[in-house]
Design a protein around this ligand. Structure first.
Ligand code: ZN
Length: 246
């Protein structure tokens, strides 16, 4: 019990205030407690493979074999992952009116699996496979099995944003608006090193939001945060949940 606990109480009060909107921003760290690899930490996925060679639009066009192998492996890993306590607490908070939206960099679909419904997926989702050429939707199993597009015979691709591609404008627009309107902005498991991820918390903060950051490693926005912790996300959310109470 100390200054941190006092700040946590302020955070809980802001979230519980009538009409207050809380936006939650999640990155790869959100899913590590579900057993999925982190991207940028030393033992993360990017440490072993070069994403600049595999998760790119260039690889998809010119090295489809390796590209397909990389995403098939990720899909299989993601299919085995289950939502963790953190995902479940966020879904519960949404149902209690404590969270208005989740902005996520994750493509694993675990927020939806936990029961959250207002989710802005900045990097798309593994669930939405489509044809590279005509955009016709297909299933994840079709992609893994290397089936051609049923409409034009083209190759299939995951519905995720690759390096060299732009972010989906609808998810992006909704996220900017949510950042501006937020009374509370909570960052969970993102190193905040990539644009626009690093801009959304700053915009929220400038618009008057209480900014909380829970991330294992330091982030460029730590100095701006009203509450900062490097504890595990599940641990942090459980603690905050107990301060919020019923
Ligand atoms: Zn097609």
């Amino acid at each position: 019990m100390g200054a941190d606990r006092e700040r946590l109480k302020v955070l809980a009060e802001r979230m519980s205030a009538p009409g207050a909107k809380t936006a939650v921003f999640t990155g790869a760290g959100m899913s590590t407690e579900s057993g999925l690899s982190d991207f940028r930490s030393k033992d993360g996925l990017w440490g072993k493979l070069d994403p600049m060679e595999l998760a790119t639009a260039t690889a998809m066009r010119h090295n489809y074999g390796e590209f397909h192998k990389f995403y098939s492996n990720r899909f299989v890993q993601m299919e085995q992952a289950l939502p963790n306590d953190g995902h479940r607490i966020l879904a519960d908070w949404e149902s209690r009116g404590l969270v208005s939206c989740i902005i996520t960099q994750n493509i694993d679909g675990l927020h939806a699996a936990a029961g959250s419904s207002v989710i802005y997926e900045l990097h798309g989702s593994v669930g939405r496979v489509r044809c590279m050429d005509c955009g016709n939707p297909a299933t994840r199993a079709d992609f893994i099995d290397l089936k051609p597009c049923k409409s034009c015979g083209g190759r299939l691709r995951p519905g995720v944003v690759l390096f060299e591609e732009g972010l989906p404008s609808d998810a992006l627009d909704s996220s900017w608006s949510a950042s501006e309107e937020a009374a509370v902005f909570i960052v969970l498991g993102s190193s905040l090193q990539v644009s626009p991820a690093n801009q959304m918390p700053a915009i929220a903060k400038r618009a008057g939001a209480f900014l909380a950051i829970c991330n294992r490693d330091v982030t460029p926005l730590d100095g701006m945060a009203d509450y900062r912790t490097n504890e595990g996300i599940g641990e942090f959310l459980k603690e905050l949940d107990s301060v919020i109470g019923d």
